[in-house]
Design a protein around this ligand. Sequence first.
Ligand SMILES: Cc1ncc(C[n+]2csc(CCOP(=O)(O)OP(=O)(O)O)c2C)c(N)n1
Length: 371
Amino acid sequence: MPIVSTQHMDVAAGSLPTHQLLNVDGKRIPDEELDHHLKDLKEADLADFLRDMVVLRRMDNEATALQRQGQLGLWAPLLGQEAAQIGSVRATNDDDFIFPSYREHGVAWARGVQAEDLLSVWRGAQASGWDPNEVNIACQQIVIGSQALHAAGYGMGIKFDGGEQVSVAYFGDGATSQGDVNEAMVFAASYQAPVLFFCQNNQWAISEPVALQSRTNIADRAHGFGLKTWRVDGNDILAVYAATKAALAHARHGLGPTFIEAVTYRMGSHTTADDPTRYRKSEQLEEWKAKDPIDRLVKYLHEMGADVQSYEQRAQNAADEMAAKLRAAITTMEDPKVEELFTNVYAEPHEPTERAAKNYLDYLAEFEGGE
Ligand SMILES: Cc1ncc(C[n+]2csc(CCOP(=O)(O)OP(=O)(O)O)c2C)c(N)n1
């Protein structure tokens, strides 16, 4: 496959500014529109953001290694997208309901999902690693963009019930080309439903660069549906947090759906089954390495005069603890029984499914040792 150059592709200059509250050197940039959404953030919260991102990056590394060691079937790395995920989810209320894609491990983890429960799905040991109603986050969605429809429907339900919650859909830049996402935005806008569409523009949809499929900024697409929209530096955790707070407040005030484009970069492969060196150049990686979200927050904490060393140590300890527990759980996890494939397909007894299960088990029994 040739490496696609997008340099000749002009993306129409967007009408929306890209908010950046922390520049790559960790210097705070005033933002008239978003600054007040940071007013309640204390130094301790920033230290927690740092811990979250460090733990998350470690989880991602561990998962990639576990896949390479044959312990997982597949993994979709989030390397580079830590600020986009942590900054947004930490701005939500616990009862805001989230509909994630397969890459939002950080969002699920921040909601209280244990790393081993997350990875159990990628091991093929469970169909869902958690009960969505316990943590207000749905299972990870592989069908691109369909969770946006679920979020729109949930948001309409909140509106009909007169609730205070917001429904949040996470998806990638590629998903914005899917009919489902566009239909979801139409419905959410028509019903003025409390829905936040949160797009992590990580520049790639597998091997397809964003400029190839969208000749405008992604944020400008959403703007066209009449959604209040922000475009933010997705590697700047303060900008992501503040914009998410703004979007959620908008919805809670009954002003309808919103859209955030968090501009970030997928530093790893699309999944562990992908080799990105076949379609992208290393210079691009170097460019984005300099914009690393964790380094940037560390620089800002230094600027503030915080005791960064102790915060980093605490983050490291939390990452080590998570990693040891994760590895122990995954490497000793039992394989599911074949017949479990057929359970939970229907809520009520379902004769054709029972017949299919019996046929399959009879077939397997023909082989020596059964399964
Ligand atoms: C409906 C559907 N079409 C195609 C695919 C195959 N597919 C898996 S990931 C992907 C790219 C998605 O890119 P993007 O939305 O930018 O998200 P990212 O993977 O970058 O997080 C595609 C086309 C799929 N899973 N579902």
